[in-house]
Design a protein around this ligand. Structure first.
Ligand code: NI
Length: 163
């Protein structure tokens, strides 16, 4: 098999697949769970499932925007954002969980389609994050995949039957 310039590495392909499976899994996790349960915070300072889903949906827009900024202007500054402020300012507690999953899915699919079209060189392009410094497209994709997993585990813990 010849390696062409447009062919992403295997690790990236695995990420794509995991990321597609991710939202199917989230849909299954919340299926049949009452909205009041999904809106209930496990503790006053811990996000509810509805808030976590809104966070994932909005973060996916942030990631997609950052990748596009980097591709259009490699080396560009990337602004951080205050995720806790977004929970309040974005009224995450009022979000429809099904709509958040849908927003996440549509954004992720658009981002995946973009990533699949990148050259090997473009995967190495980077921006300068205001707090974390140099971040390549490859690094951002890996970081987001890890971010998904952390929040899935968090949702699983909230929805697990109480002992
Ligand atoms: Ni997060």
């Amino acid at each position: 098999m010849t390696i062409t310039k447009r062919q992403p590495r295997l690790s990236h392909l695995i990420l794509y697949r995991n990321q597609i499976l991710f939202f199917l899994y989230v849909e299954r996790l919340i299926r049949g769970v009452s909205v009041s349960k999904l809106r209930k915070r496990p503790a006053p300072d811990k996000w509810s499932v509805v808030e976590i889903l809104a966070h994932l949906a909005d973060t996916e827009i942030v990631g997609g925007f950052r990748i596009r900024m980097i591709l259009g202007a490699p080396g560009t500054p990337i602004a951080g954002f205050n995720q806790d402020a977004w929970v309040t300012s974005g009224h995450y507690d009022k979000r429809d969980p099904g709509k958040s999953v849908e927003q996440f899915r549509v954004s992720r699919e658009a981002n995946l389609a973009l990533l699949k079209s990148l050259t090997q060189e473009q995967w190495k392009h980077h921006g300068i994050h205001s707090e974390r410094g140099v971040e390549t497209v490859e690094h951002i994709v890996r970081m987001f995949a890890g971010h998904d997993v952390n929040h899935i585990r968090q949702i699983e813990r909230i929805l697990a039957p109480q002992k």
